[in-house]
Design a protein around this ligand. Structure first.
Ligand code: SAM
Length: 208
């Protein structure tokens, strides 16, 4: 059974710019939220921020210049921060206690720099998605599987640190946890593998 009704996913944009990697992640979140009947907000956008056309075209997506603190000033208890440092793991029951799920709009880094702390300081109740760092779209996907699909965190089919092969000689190990798709491959935003493989000279660090 799924219950997306009324669920809102918010990514608080914490990076200066919107790089191509984030753009693909945010579009994947928007499309999946839309398909599930949930809302997706990208908050704290600078007023000058140009929302990519593809993202703007998704009707359940809302760009916001306000921060999540401002939007939920009087209603903080509805918001659950997905926080790699939280003491408690997310459970299907959290879908009954919270209707807003908040994520850091931060590109993954290796080792993680704990920039989610910027949101933790604001006092939202936190839940962890297990011990491994996920990309932001994976974190939203897993949260949805747990709170809407009622799948316990430990039953989600994960793929850790998958190797992406571009050709016979070139491959890259992704330093993140992903959800495994039906084909056994990591679920990644459309166009991401191509983006990573596009420039053979670029290391992953350049892309983050
Ligand atoms: N390097 C990171 C940092 O500086 O905190 C993690 C960034 S992660 C790519 C982006 C967001 O996904 C985090 O801010 C968090 O909301 C969510 N996330 C990723 N892995 C998570 C985990 N294991 N538990 C809870 N949230 C996670």
């Amino acid at each position: 059974m799924t219950s997306a009704d009324g669920k809102t996913y918010i990514v608080e944009h914490l990076d200066e710019e919107l790089g191509p990697w984030s753009e693909l992640e945010y579009l994947a979140i928007a499309l999946e939220s839309h398909d599930a009947g949930a809302k997706f907000f990208l908050s704290s956008l600078p007023p000058s921020f140009k929302v990519p056309e593809a993202l703007n075209a998704v009707s359940s997506f809302t760009p916001e210049t306000r921060s999540v603190e401002e939007i939920y000033a009087s209603d903080k208890s509805r918001v659950c921060l997905l926080d790699p440092a939280a003491a408690k793991d997310l459970s299907p029951e959290d879908g009954e206690s919270f209707d807003v799920f908040l994520f850091g709009g931060i590109l993954g880094d290796d080792p993680p720099r704990d920039r989610t702390s910027e949101l933790r300081k604001k006092g939202f109740e936190g839940r962890r998605l297990g011990p491994k760092q996920m990309t932001t779209d994976t974190a939203v996907r897993v949260t949805r599987m747990v709170v809407e699909g009622k799948t316990p965190l430990l039953d989600v089919p994960y793929l850790d640190y998958p190797e992406l092969k571009f050709n016979e000689h070139e491959s890259t190990e992704m330093p993140f946890r992903y959800v495994a798709g039906k084909d056994g491959k990591p679920i990644m935003p459309k166009g991401m593998v191509e983006l990573i493989g596009k420039d053979g000279d670029k290391t992953l660090d350049d892309m983050f």
